[in-house]
Design a protein. Structure first.
Length: 153
């Protein structure tokens, strides 16, 4: 992996670090807008007034958030109307971007090595488990270093 690429990954992981706890967070069943509005004891009509829409419009916005069709712009507008800030991120499931790349590199390396070994076995040239594990580890490191586009196939 080039130094520039390593630096970019490190910087991105640092930016995403504050979101690490959010991987375990669940969106409330009726959505964040509804959960916060009701917790604040704010009516739909009151939120509608702040957004210059009707109570029915607020109901539609809450429903669209609940069913996953709300736009980021709508969320941002509602957040502003409620004196909140919209926070948006894509967070790796397995910790960091670096971990994601490592896992993908290991899977790709394993696939390549095991496929190659299977072909070699057919020709009576297979290698032992220890050698396979070592080869997978070395190939994964090379794939990660090169940041092969095939990681994402």
């Amino acid at each position: 992996m080039r130094n520039k690429q390593k630096l970019l990954i490190k910087q991105l992981d640092q930016k995403l670090q504050p979101f690490s706890q959010t991987r375990m967070g669940l969106v409330p069943e009726r959505g964040w807008i509804n959960a916060i509005r009701t917790t604040l004891n704010m009516t739909m009509a009151q939120l509608g007034t702040k957004l210059n829409i009707t109570r029915q419009g607020v109901k539609r916005i809450e429903e669209s958030e609940s069913n996953g069709t709300i736009t980021l712009n709508s969320l941002k507008d509602v957040a502003n109307a409620m004196d909140l800030k919209l926070v948006y991120a894509l967070v790796p499931k397995d910790g960091t971007i670096d971990n994601l790349i490592q896992i993908k590199a290991e899977r790709l390396a394993q696939k390549i090595v095991l496929r190659t070994n299977q072909n070699m076995k057919l020709e009576d040239q297979g290698i032992g488990d220890a050698k396979i594990a070592k080869t997978i580890k070395e190939l994964a490191a090379e794939i990660k270093r090169e940041m092969r586009k095939s990681l994402w196939d």
